[in-house]
Design a protein around this ligand. Structure first.
Ligand code: NDP
Length: 283
């Protein structure tokens, strides 16, 4: 039976460590600040923003919430970002996605100063990650690597299969695994023989967004399974992209859903904000 990777407990520990780092920063006269920008009334986004704000405050990070109406013109949002870029009390800027359709998401992401891009979505930070000198790494993939590290899972030399190639999870986590010397295969909707590829993997990271897409019997005996997916079933239950019960019988380690990767995402957002605040001291 697999060891369950308790993302909730690990995230909590990281948040406590960050709180201590924030106290140290305070002594040097810097209070880390995170600006969270929400446009519109999307209920899921509202919950995410509230949780991020709460977590920041618990860690001693100052949070600045900017809630703009759904019909906010793009120019006005860009103006706000410019203001936040110049504001020394703001170390991290997060624009909650998705944005309303009339706003160009790429333009907005590119307007955020790369030095305050705590989501790690700006092409500058994507490029730094791709060239092996990361500054701000995207939060979910960073959280996955932290889970592996804190669970003492060896990455170097192992065969990793990433299912999903989105810019926020699949692609960056593949780059991170590669930079830690895994041999990485990235699968997507056009991949053939996915079952076989997963069956050969020592580490499987699944970020597809389809309930129990990966069957437990595909998993190789002793492999590590990181399930990023969050899917709500008709009966209200939350499940991942992997058939948990069956996979857990074969894997050496597995993340549950909920309580695996999810809690790490916010912890890494806070970590990036603290990192950004520290950089202002080091010059
Ligand atoms: P996207 O929808 O952006 O990407 C999904 C990826 O899965 C795409 O690359 C797609 O391939 C691939 N895919 C779809 N169908 C198949 C298939 N049949 N076989 C193989 N690959 C397939 O999703 P995200 O990356 O944003 O998110 C993935 C999941 O992770 C979601 O459930 C999301 O809710 C969850 N998530 C969880 C987070 C957390 O904090 N725990 C954070 C972010 C996301 P193609 O590119 O060819 O279309």
């Amino acid at each position: 039976m697999a060891q369950i990777i308790d993302g909730k407990a690990i995230a909590l520990k990281i948040r406590e460590e960050l709180k201590e780092e924030v106290e140290e920063l305070e002594k040097q006269g810097v209070t880390p600040g995170l600006a969270v920008v929400l446009v519109g009334e999307d209920p899921a986004s509202k919950i995410y923003v509230r949780n991020k704000k709460k977590a920041a405050e618990k860690a001693g990070i100052q949070s600045f919430e900017h809630h703009l109406p759904e019909d906010t013109p793009e120019a006005q949002l860009l103006e706000l970002i410019e203001r936040l870029n110049r504001d020394d009390s703001v170390h991290g800027i997060l624009v909650q996605l998705p944005l309303p359709k009339h706003i160009d998401t790429t333009r907005v992401i590119e307007a955020i100063s790369p030095d305050k891009d705590v989501d790690g979505f700006h092409p500058y930070n994507v490029g730094r990650l791709a060239t092996g000198s990361p500054l701000f790494e995207p939060c979910t993939p960073k959280g996955i690597m932290e889970l592996l590290k804190r669970s003492n899972i060896e990455v170097a030399g192992r065969d990793a299969v990433v299912v999903g190639r989105s810019n926020i999870v699949g692609k960056p986590v593949a780059l991170m695994l590669l930079s830690q010397n895994a041999t990485v295969t990235v699968c997507h909707s056009k991949t053939r023989d996915i079952e076989q590829k997963i069956g050969g993997a020592d580490i499987v990271v699944c970020a597809v967004g389809r309930a129990e897409f990966v069957k437990g019997e595909w998993i190789k005996e002793g492999s590590v399974v990181i399930d990023v997916g969050i899917n709500r079933l008709e009966d209200g239950r939350l499940v991942g992209d992997v058939e948990f019960e069956e996979a857990a019988k074969r894997a050496s380690h597995i993340t549950p859903v909920p309580g695996g990767v999810g809690p790490m995402t916010i912890a890494m957002l806070l970590a990036n904000t603290v990192l950004s605040a520290k950089r202002t001291i080091k010059g």
